[in-house]
Design a protein around this ligand. Structure first.
Ligand code: ATP
Length: 816
């Protein structure tokens, strides 16, 4: 309501009040329809009028001993009250019509007996009229003068006889007073006011006392009307006393209940007070209680969207309980908080949807990788299988190959093709089982293992996790590496993987594990059995050129934010880089050399303020210096033969030199850091050649007076394996026959003492290595024929391959 409205309303009431209460003396002049009646209302002898207007009341009767504010409906009773205001005595009759009577009521609802009250402090409030009613006397309706509102009646004020022995009446009166006094302390509602009234009543005048007692009970309306109706005071007291007693009982019961409630309230207040005090103390000590609340809130919030297994949930609740009793500053608090942090950071039940779309997978793989068609095909097959199974989880892929051939990059592409998160860590350097399985929480600074860390990071249960260098793990591992890795990788075991720190079971079975290794030799058999091997064997020059052109070079330029056209690397120059500076199986070295070119070119651009720089075969050495590899590096001469080796770094050409040191004594000496197996095969070669000199066209007694030295460069690189048998034999024979091998030719194969050539591993890598060294003629064991046939065409193209069953097949190719 606006202020204006407020003021209007006040003015309204004012007008009405002044009209009704103050100016009643002039009221004769008004045109009130009840004027004639009003004239009839004249004060009774003891100032009680014989004609009074009636107001119906609904809750309970009003007693003559009461003084109480009343509220009535303005619209209905305004007129009545105006008329009352115009009377000299300001008296109105209140009569109890019952709760069910309608607001206006009908004259039938009115009882015979009511109470005349004096109207004080009349006020208007919106819909209501408020006044203070001061009870005067019982009246009995004698005659109805107006049966419509404003109701007007003629009344009498009956006598109220005591009708009893004085003592008896006094006894009742005392009982009433005592009862009222009893109520006082119990029910604060009556309080001071009541005490005040009590002083005014005396046992000698029991009528008002009885009415007052009735009025303060919460008895029902009709019971109270009965009291009002009862004129003989003795009878009335007999009716009121039980009502009062009942009131006392109720009040006592109420006070008991409220005592209990109060006690609880007090306890709560006390707790609140203590907590507040604690906060103050904690604040002073620099520990805030809010930290704990924040922590608990954070942990609970995290659980909201997770599907936490019941056992884990129980553990979390236990730990939260623990947290609530620990000092926030204490080390235990820190440990528990940390633990809860991990427990609630696991992606319980959160999985990404696999995108099993072969077309998309092919696009991703082709976009990121040149060549590797067979590898890509294997991965597509693997994904196709997953499409049928509906899930690729539970498999372990193993990418084997030399460094820098794109194993990591393939792993990433698999994750991207599937739409999964990717996480990679190396197990190569790992010393301790705890790095995989976590420390027990009892250790200071305990941490969960890598797998738990991975899941926290990726926030899903089904990422692609790449474990690098699984072949290098065993070497310095405390505990059993195979069993630790199996626990992680094996679908049978990893369903409920137990990290020592987390100490609750974790399901790793939805993870797609991709391992990488350079060789298979040091991978425990139990593990190898469960892995799907995919081999990346290294690149030939053409592939490297393509990779450099399409991937490495653009990537490097982009990384340094150099526009493509400002450094122009010719294709011929690129080929030179591949052949002269980066001959390893992978492309890391190549990438490094290209990076050098970019760096140097950038300097040239800036220093000479040039728009662009051209890198061609002519000026390549300005950027990279002299080539590291030269064609003439392939050793030649009597007793020198090129072998083919296969190491974890990929395939390699391996020159073997045999030399006659002197002719004083017969003897045989080996150098070149040869492993045991290789030394044995050297001895076999020596024995074999010694026994077959004549057969292969050499002096039968050549070795009788020859101290022979066999060396395998480079001397610092450890070498082992039987596959150089054929090569060493050929080197010795070349020495004995005094015949150098003039053409580029490489060979591999194990030799038995009886001259059989046995199959060897790594045919693919070896062929690649030969091509890289620009050797296009090779001798391979006949038993490896199939391996060679399975090679992709671009590797076989332009190659001359001889397959040898026995050594004499080799000798025939080499010496004719
Ligand atoms: N076939 C390819 N096509 C395009 N880029 C390639 C290819 N092979 C390798 N690369 C790039 O060569 C670099 C080295 O590859 P990556 O790191 O994947 O090798 P890796 O086999 O994992 O090596 P390591 O065993 O040393 O970890 C990467 O930048 C990669 O993108």
């Amino acid at each position: 309501m606006s202020d204006d409205q407020d003021r209007n309303r006040d003015a309204d009431i004012h007008e009405w009040l002044s009209e009704s209460l103050d100016e009643h003396d002039d009221s004769r002049s008004t045109e009130d329809p009840h004027d004639d009646i009003q004239h009839a209302v004249v004060p009774a002898r003891d100032s009680l009028p014989e004609r009074i207007y009636l107001l119906p009341i609904h809750n309970r009767p009003f007693f003559p001993a009461q003084v109480q504010p009343l509220v009535i409906n303005r619209e209905r009773w305004q007129e009545t009250m105006q008329l009352v205001g115009k009377t000299p005595h300001h008296t109105v009759g209140l009569a109890f019509v019952g709760e069910t009577a309608s607001e206006g009521g009908s004259h039938d609802d009115f009882p015979e007996v009511g109470t005349a009250v004096k109207v004080h402090r009349l006020q208007g409030e919106d819909q209501q009229i408020q006044f203070i009613a001061q009870g005067l006397k019982r009246f009995r309706i004698q005659r109805w003068l107006s049966k419509e509102p404003p109701y007007l009646v003629e009344v009498s004020y009956p006598r109220e006889p005591v009708d009893a022995e004085a003592d008896e009446a006094r006894a009742y009166a005392m009982a009433l007073i005592n009862g009222i006094k009893e109520l006082l302390p119990i029910n604060p509602l009556y309080g001071e006011e009541l005490k005040h009234y009590l002083n005014r009543f005396s046992p000698h005048e029991p009528g008002p006392l009885t009415d007052f007692a009735a009025a303060i009970t919460s008895a029902k309306g009709p019971d109270l009307q009965d009291v009002l109706d009862t004129l003989p005071v003795m009878d009335r007291m007999q009716k009121v006393l039980p009502l009062l007693r009942k009131e006392i009982e109720v009040a006592q019961l109420q006070s008991e209940i409220s005592d209990q409630v109060n006690a609880q309230m007090q306890e709560r207040q006390r707790e609140f007070f203590l907590r507040e005090q604690l906060k103050v103390i904690q604040r002073e000590l620099g520990i805030s209680k809010d930290d704990r609340e924040n922590d608990v809130d954070t942990f609970r919030d995290r659980l909201e969207n997770l599907v936490v297994p019941p056992k884990v949930l129980t553990r979390i609740e236990e730990e939260l309980d623990k947290l609530s009793v620990l000092e926030t500053g204490s080390p235990e608090y820190g440990t528990t908080r940390n633990y809860l942090d991990w427990l609630t950071s696991m992606p319980w039940g959160v999985r990404s949807q696999d995108q099993l779309d072969l077309g998309h997978a092919r696009t991703v793989l082709d976009r990121d990788h040149d060549g590797l068609s067979d590898v890509k095909e294997r991965i597509i097959e693997f994904l196709a299988e997953g499409t049928f199974k509906g899930d690729v989880g539970g498999s372990i892929l193993l990418l084997v190959g030399p460094p820098g051939v794109g194993k990591t990059s393939i792993g990433r592409s698999i994750a991207e093709a599937l739409g999964r998160e990717f996480y990679r860590f190396s197990v190569g350097g790992m010393r301790d089982e705890a790095e995989i399985k976590g420390h027990r929480r009892t250790y200071i600074g305990a941490m969960p293992g890598k797998l738990v860390q991975a899941l926290k990071e990726v926030e899903v249960e089904n990422p692609v996790i790449m474990l690098d260098e699984v072949d290098k793990m065993g070497q310095s591992f405390q505990g059993d590496p195979a069993s630790a890795l199996l626990e992680v990788l094996d679908p049978e075991q990893n369903v409920d993987f137990l990290d020592h720190y987390l100490d609750v079971r974790l399901d790793l079975s939805k993870v797609l594990f991709v391992c990488t290794a350079n060789t298979l030799d040091s991978i425990p058999g139990a593990l190898l059995d469960r892995m799907e091997q995919i081999r990346l064997s290294g690149y030939i020059a053409e592939e490297k050129v393509a990779i450099a052109k399409h991937h490495l070079w653009p990537k490097l330029l982009k990384r340094d934010n150099i526009p493509k056209k400002r450094i122009n690397l010719t294709e011929a120059a690129l080929r030179h880089v591949v052949e002269g500076y980066a001959r390893e199986a992978g492309v890391r070295q190549l990438e490094k050399q290209l990076h050098r070119i970019v760096r140097k070119a950038a300097v040239t651009l800036l220093e000479n303020d040039q728009q662009s720089v051209k890198v061609s075969v002519k000026n390549l050495e300005d950027f990279l210096g002299a080539p590291i590899f030269r064609k003439e590096q392939v050793l030649k001469g009597e007793g020198v033969v090129t072998g083919l080796a296969w190491t974890s770094m990929g395939g390699a050409t391996l020159p073997i030199e045999a030399s006659k040191v002197h002719s004083l004594t017969r003897g045989f000496k080996l150098t070149g850091k040869l492993g045991e197996v290789m030394q044995e095969s050297a001895n076999i070669a020596y024995s074999y050649v010694l026994g077959h000199l004549a057969e292969f066209g050499a002096d039968a007694d050549f070795f009788d007076s020859a101290f022979v030295h066999l060396h395998v460069p480079e001397g610092a690189t450890p070498k082992d394996g039987p596959s150089a048998g054929v090569t060493m034999t050929t080197a010795l024979l070349s020495l004995a026959r005094h015949q150098a091998i003039e053409r580029p030719l490489a060979m591999t194969g194990e030799l038995t003492l009886t001259g059989h050539v046995l199959p060897v591993g790594g045919i693919r890598e070896k062929v690649i290595a030969a091509r890289r060294s620009e050797i296009f003629e090779v001798i391979l064991p006949e038993a490896n024929h199939r391996d060679y046939d399975e090679l992709p065409n671009h590797l076989k193209e332009g190659m001359t391959v001889h397959f040898a069953k026995r050594y004499k097949d080799v000798a025939k190719v080499v010496f004719g």
